[in-house]
Design a protein around this ligand. Sequence first.
Ligand code: PNS
Length: 163
Amino acid sequence: MRRAIVPGSFDPVTNGHLAVIKQATALFDEVVVAVMNNPDKHPMFSVDERAQLIRASVAGLAGVTVESFSGLLVDYAKQTSAVAIVRGLRGVRDFESESDMAHMNRVLYPSTVTVFIPTFPEFAHVSSSLVKDIARHGGAIEAFVPAPVEQAVRAICNKHIVR
Ligand code: PNS
């Protein structure tokens, strides 16, 4: 059983993330989407809300589970016996930071290999932070996120809740 982790903040999950998760299911027997619980950040959604939105968005995709983790990613990789950490790459800007993380993680825990999956061109410009910014200013986000996320973001922005 070859298990991979797809870690991230997922605040919220986007169509770009979903494409990477889907591609990971073609490579690994089991894919664990791991939502980072980082108390230092000020997310729009709680870690449980983010996990729930991912679950609603990956429903029907076999072999995918959604969990959360705190602390070092490599410790979580070790605990879950993951053979790979999967990260999506949108371009060279991502590659610079992602390769630093991959090298660090390899030094810390060489048993888990980082695998990069290039994004589809239509998602190259999509990020959670841009989606939130567009929504906060009243723009349409349904081209970038799955329906459950669009509804949840819209509900927050309509209530003018600043989190
Ligand atoms: O979606 P993001 O915010 O780009 O995900 C970043 C994430 C969660 C992969 C990264 O911040 C991470 O691994 N955090 C856990 C703490 C850790 O292991 N830090 C050292 C990385 S070299």
